[in-house]
Design a protein around this ligand. Structure first.
Ligand SMILES: Nc1ncnc2c1ncn2[C@@H]1O[C@H](COP(=O)(O)OP(=O)(O)OP(=O)(O)O)[C@@H](O)[C@H]1O
Ligand SMILES: Nc1ccn([C@H]2C[C@H](O)[C@@H](COP(=O)(O)O)O2)c(=O)n1
Length: 228
């Protein structure tokens, strides 16, 4: 029987640091990286660009079923393409994140995007970042983490991230409100809600540095003997 590549799942709410930590773990382990949120964002962007009503599950599902996407590794990180168009920056816009959260509530859309996500499970292994990686997409993963932090600290981190990226005016109140709204929708949807897997380590990073979070998760991974 073919050996199945090991999977490490990092789930959690928006701005909890999943993406940052998943990238660092992928670097340290040499595993592939799946940013599943990017797939939902690509689907949302395709809807917005094609004037598809994002409240219409059937219409959004038709977009999901014919999604033409590609991920390339560039010198500055992952480059994301939608129908050959580099949309690496576009998918990070707040309105695209909100639209992604809306379309992600449709069960048919989630089902249509499952195979694409599972295709990332390749040797030597995978670090998968998202909301339902440990519960639905990779329930047999050998190591599962649910990374969280208070909404207030996540808003502070996002403000700093935007300021560091050169954004002139940043409205912290609006950012906090958006984080709370997205948490609410992602946590309360009926299908694949944002909840820790029963066998996940729940790690609250509110008072932890990135290095401290990384050290704790790497220790867990080593204890599970997932590395070749
Ligand atoms: N423990 C931490 N201490 C301080 N800053 C952190 C910590 N973890 C993450 N950050 C910073 O918070 C910001 C958001 O992190 P990141 O983009 O990794 O979150 P995310 O969970 O992937 O968000 P999203 O789901 O919205 O993509 C980044 O600027 C990152 O450097
Ligand atoms: N596994 C996933 C990943 C993402 N989503 C949805 C919900 C999020 O609000 C949105 C954007 O994700 P982000 O890039 O901020 O991680 O996509 C999901 O439902 N399941």
């Amino acid at each position: 029987m073919a050996e199945v590549a090991p999977v490490i799942t990092i789930d959690g709410p928006s701005g909890s640091g999943k993406g940052t930590i998943s990238r660092l773990i992928a670097e340290q382990t040499g595993f592939h990286l799946l940013d599943s949120g990017a797939i939902y964002r690509l689907c949302a962007l395709a809807c917005l660009r094609g004037n598809t009503d994002i409240e219409d599950a059937d219409a959004v599902n038709r977009v999901a079923q014919t999604l033409d996407i590609r991920f390339d590794v560039g010198t500055a990180g992952v480059i994301v393409f939608l129908a050959q168009d580099d949309v690496t920056g576009d998918i990070r816009q707040e309105n695209v994140g909100m639209a992604a959260s809306t379309i992600a509530a449709f069960p048919s859309v989630r089902a249509s995007l499952l195979d694409c996500q599972r295709s990332f499970q390749q040797p030597p292994g995978l670090v998968a970042d998202g909301r339902d990686m440990g519960t639905v997409v990779f329930p047999s993963a050998g190591c599962k983490v649910f990374l969280t932090a208070s909404a207030e600290i996540r808003a502070d981190r996002r403000v700093k991230q935007l300021q560091d990226a050169g954004q002139a005016s940043v409205d912290r109140g609006q950012i906090l409100a958006d984080i709370i709204a997205r948490d609410e929708r992602d946590t309360n949807r009926a299908t694949s809600p944002l909840v820790p897997a029963a066998d996940a380590l729940v790690l609250d990073s509110t008072a932890l540095t990135i290095d401290e979070v990384l050290a704790e998760i790497m220790a867990l991974i080593k204890s599970r003997a997932l590395l070749g």
